[in-house]
Every structure is written in C-alpha cells, then in structure tokens.
Design a protein around this ligand. Structure first.
Ligand SMILES: Cc1cc2nc3c(=O)[nH]c(=O)nc-3n(C[C@H](O)[C@H](O)[C@H](O)COP(=O)(O)OP(=O)(O)OC[C@H]3O[C@@H](n4cnc5c(N)ncnc54)[C@H](O)[C@@H]3O)c2cc1C
Ligand code: SF4
Length: 342
C-alpha cells in the first residue's frame, strides 16, 4: 500500500477544509471498502481524512416526523434503531441483508452510499476498466459479467451499484444531505447515484470534496408497509444478484401509494417508475403486479450471461407485493404468525 497522510477531523468544517477538493484526498468512514481498495492499489490517496468520529453519529426525530440519520451512524446501529424498525422495516431489512455482522459494526451510512462497484475488473489494476482508468476499455462486457447490469448500462460500463441500503433509501424517497466548502445542499437518494453513460468514472452526483453529513427519511403516510428482499448466491455475506425494496399503502382496496426500487440490476438503485405508475390506483393482485413488472422490465437489455436476472427481479418484486398486500399471507406485516427478520 502506498504511504499516506492521516488526519482525524473533529468538525465538519475541519473535514471539508482538510479535503479542500484536492484530487488526492479521501474521507475515511469505517474503511471497509476504501482500505480494501487501497490495498489493491485501486485507490492511492495522499491524504485520508478520518470522519468516523465527527458528531454525526445519531438518529434524530425532527418536528415533522422525519428521521435525520447522521453520516457516521454504523449500519448495525441504524438497522436496530427502534424508530427505523417501526417506521421503515424496508431499511432495517436491507441493512441486515448486507455484508456480515462485523462489517455492519464498522460500516457507516455515508461510506455505505459511496462504496464502489464490486466488478472484478475494476478491482484489478492489471485489467482494462473505464471506471478505474477512463478510456482503457471494459473487460467485463465480453468477459465475466454474470453479476453485471441489465438496465441502464452503456457501451462504456456495465457495472452494478452494490449497496443494499441505497436501494431502500431510493424507495423511501430519502434525501442525502451534503456539505462542501461552499455550503449545504440535499439530493434525492433516488437521483444520488448516476447511470454510467460516457462518464463511468463518476458514480454519484457528489461534487469532489463534498461530505455526506446525513440522510433524511420522510415520515411514512398512515398505513404504509414496506419490505426488502434479496437474491444472492449464498445465504449471507454476498452481494445481490437482484434485490427489491417496496413501500406501499393500500386504501379502499386500491393502491394509494407505491414505490419500488431494484438493486443488482443497474449502475444505481433502479426506481421502477413505470411499474409504480401502472400500479397506482390498481386493485392489488397477481395480474396487476405481473403486468406492472413486465412494463418496467421490458427496458432490460441483458448480456450474454445475465438474462436470468430479469425473471429473478420480476419474481422477487411480485412476491414482495403479494406478501405486503395479502393479510392472510404469513409474512404480511399484520399477520399474527409473521416471520421476522430479512
Ligand atoms: C466481504 C464484504 C461483503 C460485503 N457485502 C455487502 C453487501 O452484501 N451489501 C452491501 O450493501 N455492502 C456490502 N459490503 C460493503 C460494505 O457495506 C461497505 O464496505 C461499507 O458499507 C462501506 O462503509 P464504510 O463506512 O466502511 O466506507 P469507507 O470504506 O470508509 O468509505 C467508502 C467510500 O466512501 C467515502 N466516504 C466515507 N464516508 C463519507 C462521507 N461521510 N462523506 C463523503 N464520502 C465518504 C470514502 O472516501 C470512500 O470513497 C461488503 C463488504 C465486504 C468487505
Ligand atoms: S463494467 Fe464498468 S467497472 Fe467493470 S470493467 Fe467495465 S468499465 Fe470497469
């Protein structure tokens, strides 16, 4: 690993001033992704600014019922927070579906949103990769791409975004709060990550040097239910092949509110806007769910080895919608025998 300067920041202003937009500065959260990439030689910062001890480690309830989650709240603390579990089970379940207990104890909210793709070509400096080295080519397109994108990819890059938490945040209409040397702004979580287009080296809308300070979770409307489901190669400690987050409210036997986001399918959490539009006002049931998901996934452009992700995502989403809308289903939130856990 290349040697680097280590700075421990005690305030947000101190952190952003220490970074000051320098190309060779990096913020350090839990270090569970950044340090691995430094060991591999993918990241070679000259200065690491440790933000993990900033006073951003709390979950606060605001006057309008929103929750403000500080950027250094650990994934395990966020998953087990009583207000998150009660109001946003989709978020708690997504966090618990990610990584392992040890990693969740280290990983921070800010770092989880900014973790890099797990594409093996990106992680190997000897291989061509437009994301790591613009213009060098994409090793995955004609190589190993079973885990890669089926929606919104480009000729330049077919990588997927790996965070489970980010998928739940997209479905929750959360906001990401950012602070740079020029001030504070918020960006919708669903728009925070970007599609690769011809700039695959840029994962998010974050300006260089901006610090994530918090994530804001709006209060759920009365009667809202939510759930996260993830398909992966092993029962734990594996990234999503496909995952889905659903937030739903049914009133007077029709869908009054629905938000669906997919993970593992695209370069960012994929908000299924067409499916949401098709379900709005519909009578919930298998036929409506399948029609809505088919409308969404018609846009998929699978590659040689990952066409299986399309029916997998469709089945996951239909299954979650079914569980959330049928009170006689054993996993319906109000069923007396409901199974707990992700
Ligand atoms: C074996 C393994 C399995 C895993 N499985 C999963 C999984 O199934 N699902 C999943 O979602 N994740 C998984 N992960 C990834 C893990 O969740 C991430 O490594 C972790 O969330 C990153 O958080 P961190 O705080 O450690 O980030 P760091 O490694 O500290 O930082 C990551 C990036 O974020 C930047 N950063 C950190 N904090 C801030 C901030 N506040 N503002 C601006 N920039 C910031 C850093 O500069 C760096 O670029 C796995 C990781 C490993 C090693
Ligand atoms: S898919 Fe993206 S990250 Fe992977 S090799 Fe191609 S350009 Fe690099």
């Amino acid at each position: 690993m290349k040697s680097f300067r280590y700075v421990r920041a005690h305030s947000v202003d101190e952190a952003t001033a220490a970074h000051a937009g320098r190309a060779t500065s990096r913020y350090l959260g839990g270090g569970t992704n950044l340090v691995d990439l430094m060991k591999l030689g993918v990241e070679r910062p000259e200065t690491l600014i440790d933000v993990s001890r900033l006073p951003l480690d709390g979950v606060a309830e605001l006057a309008d019922g929103s929750l403000r989650v500080g950027a250094t709240v650990r994934n395990s603390d966020l998953a087990s927070h009583p207000l998150v579990r009660a109001r946003h089970p989709v978020l708690s379940q997504a966090l618990l579906a990610g990584a392992s207990g040890q990693l969740r104890n280290m990983a921070t909210t800010g770092g989880n949103l900014l973790q890099r793709t797990r594409c093996p070509y990106f992680q190997d400096p000897a291989k061509p990769c437009n994301k790591r080295e613009p213009g060098s080519g994409c090793g995955a397109r004609e190589g190993v791409h079973r885990d890669h994108a089926v929606l919104g990819h480009s000729a330049q890059c077919i990588a997927t975004h790996p965070s489970d938490m980010a998928v739940a945040l997209a479905a929750l209409d959360a906001q990401v709060e950012l602070q740079g040397v020029r001030g504070t702004r918020t960006v919708a979580a669903a728009d925070f990550h970007r599609l690769p287009g011809d700039r695959p080296q840029t994962d998010t809308e974050l300006a260089h040097g901006e610090l994530i300070t918090a994530v804001l979770l709006p209060p759920p409307a009365p009667g809202t239910v939510s759930a996260y489901r993830k398909a992966r190669d092993r029962a734990s400690y594996a990234f999503a092949l496909a995952s889905v987050a659903v937030v739903l409210a049914v009133r007077e036997e029709t869908v009054a509110e629905v938000r669906i986001a997919f993970g593992g399918l695209a370069h960012r959490p994929w908000r299924a806007r067409r499916a949401e539009e098709a379900l709005q006002g519909a009578v919930p049931g298998d036929e409506a769910f399948e029609r809505a998901l088919d409308a969404e996934l018609a846009a998929a452009e699978p590659l040689r080895d990952n066409a299986f992700k399309v029916p997998l995502a469709r089945n996951l989403a239909c299954d979650v919608l079914r569980r959330l809308t049928r009170p006689d289903h054993p996993e319906h939130p109000e069923h007396p025998d409901r199974a707990t856990g992700p």
